[in-house]
Structures are given as C-alpha cells and as structure tokens.
Design a protein. Structure first.
Length: 103
C-alpha cells in the first residue's frame, strides 16, 4: 500500500515567521521607517497631517498582509494586473490544429 504524507503548508518553512519573504519585510520596514521619520520631522498638528504621516506605514502593512490561497495583498494586486494586461484570446493548438488549418 502506497501512502504518501505531504505536508499541507510545506512552503511556510521557507518563509520568515512562516508568513514573510525578505522582500516583504524590507517593504514593511521602509514604510514604517518613513512614517517614523516623518513623525520626527513634521509637526503633527492636524488630522490631515497625521493621516499623511501614517500613510506610508499603513499602506506597506496592508501590502504585506497575508491572504488565504495567495501569499499577500501585493501578490494579489500583481496577479490581477498581469491577468488584465495579458492577451485574453488564446489560440487553439491541440491535436487537431493542423487538420483545422487545411479547411
């Protein structure tokens, strides 16, 4: 009897903390660091300035947020962009392709 045990989440062992690639952590770190530097140097006196200062950290955190069946939000956005910008008509090249050309 051939019983094979394949772990369901074998790719998680290759990720940092089971969720992040190094590029994800770089993106998050740069976004949060930008927000911290803006907090240090800009006078945060109004709600609009506060939102502007926190925006890089929030956007980078949302981009690396994990999503089921995908890696993260950035991966979903890239997949949607590639799908919408690729060719949507596919040419048939099956077993009867040459027969179809003769007609």
């Amino acid at each position: 009897m051939n019983n094979y045990l394949i772990p369901a989440n074998s790719k998680n062992g290759q990720l940092i903390l089971g969720m992040f690639k190094p590029s994800d952590l770089w993106l998050l770190g740069i976004g949060v660091l930008t927000s911290v530097l803006m907090l240090a140097f800009l006078p945060v006196e109004s709600l609009g300035v506060t939102i502007l200062v926190l925006l890089p950290g929030i956007v980078s955190a949302l981009l690396v947020f994990p999503i089921p069946n995908y890696h993260n939000t950035l991966t979903v956005i890239i997949e949607i962009y590639e799908y919408l910008t690729s060719r949507q008509q596919y040419r048939w090249k099956g077993w009867c392709y040459k027969e179809w050309l003769k007609k």
